[in-house]
Write a new protein. Structure first.
Length: 105
């Protein structure tokens, strides 16, 4: 970790440095989120781990700016960070979207 002596700086300079660092971290995180979201399409089969350690499998229903809505196999909707998702094959062994419909009729 970088060691810095902050006592050399005025309060205004530290506030400005803090603002710039926060902006930079937000920009880096946004870029990572966009890369993760770009890997998925509506209709993709995915899975993720819950905070309790369970595995939820489902189908991507909607892609938002920062999150993905997954309709789980047990008919619940989950708003999930794309960084937590993994693609899984459809039952037929492929990971293709349904043609024109999210769920087969």
């Amino acid at each position: 970790m970088i060691q810095m002596d902050f006592s050399k700086y005025k309060l205004e300079e530290l506030i400005d440095l803090n603002r710039r660092l926060v902006d930079y971290v937000k920009a880096v995180q946004h870029a990572k989120d966009m890369q993760a979201i770009a890997k998925f399409d509506v209709g993709d089969r995915v899975q993720f781990k819950t905070s309790a350690g369970g595995i939820i499998k489902g189908t991507i229903f909607r892609i938002n700016r920062k999150t993905v809505v997954v309709h789980s196999d047990d008919h619940h909707d989950w708003k999930v960070s794309p960084n937590l998702l993994q693609k899984v094959p459809h039952e037929n062994g492929q990971n293709k979207k349904f043609s024109g419909r999210l769920f087969p009729v």
